[in-house]
Ligand binder design. Structure first.
Ligand code: FMN
Length: 139
């Protein structure tokens, strides 16, 4: 099974509650480490951007669960590619929340600080995630 990277964006729904993020991170981290998946989840304003890396089988199975989750909607795949090396090998699910540190980086890859990942090129989203990783903004 080749190593694969998937990146998608999505938008929270009214099913998303105050405790949802903690639940998503707890369950996601438990499942991902069991399934050999690494990656990063960014939550900025009302949007998620998630990068998942692992075997094609594990990525597809996990993505199928994620798309049926009613806490988010308008899920759009930005990237689905075979890769040779993981970018997030140290993180089973790194988490990037909105903060004053993320805004300048968002501006670097967007037309404005009014963050809208649907308007960004997949390369810009890719580079933004790598920049978050470089600056160790993960929790
Ligand atoms: C934005 C978002 C990201 C998620 N990411 C993951 C993930 O990386 N891994 C995972 O197993 N579940 C993730 N989930 C949760 C799944 O939708 C689902 O609830 C979970 O996988 C069910 O786990 P279970 O089969 O162990 O009950 C995510 C959900 C949302 C809304």
């Amino acid at each position: 099974m080749p190593l694969t990277r998937l990146i998608y964006v999505s938008t929270i729904t009214d099913k998303f509650e105050a405790s949802s993020l903690e639940d998503i991170l707890r369950i996601g981290r438990k499942n991902n480490s069991k399934n050999g998946i690494t990656g990063m989840l960014c939550f900025q304003r009302k949007y998620f951007i998630q990068c998942l890396e692992g075997s094609r089988k594990a990525i597809n199975e996990t993505y199928n669960k994620i798309i049926n989750d009613e806490r988010h909607t308008d899920i759009m795949i930005l990237e689905y590619n075979p890769i040779h090396v993981r970018e997030f090998n140290d993180w089973c699910m790194g988490y990037i929340p909105t903060s004053q540190f993320t805004d300048p980086l968002i501006l670097k890859f967007s037309t404005s600080v009014d963050f809208n990942p649907y308007d960004m090129s997949s390369t810009s989203v890719d580079m933004l995630m790598l920049e978050f990783k470089k600056t160790h903004l993960s929790f």
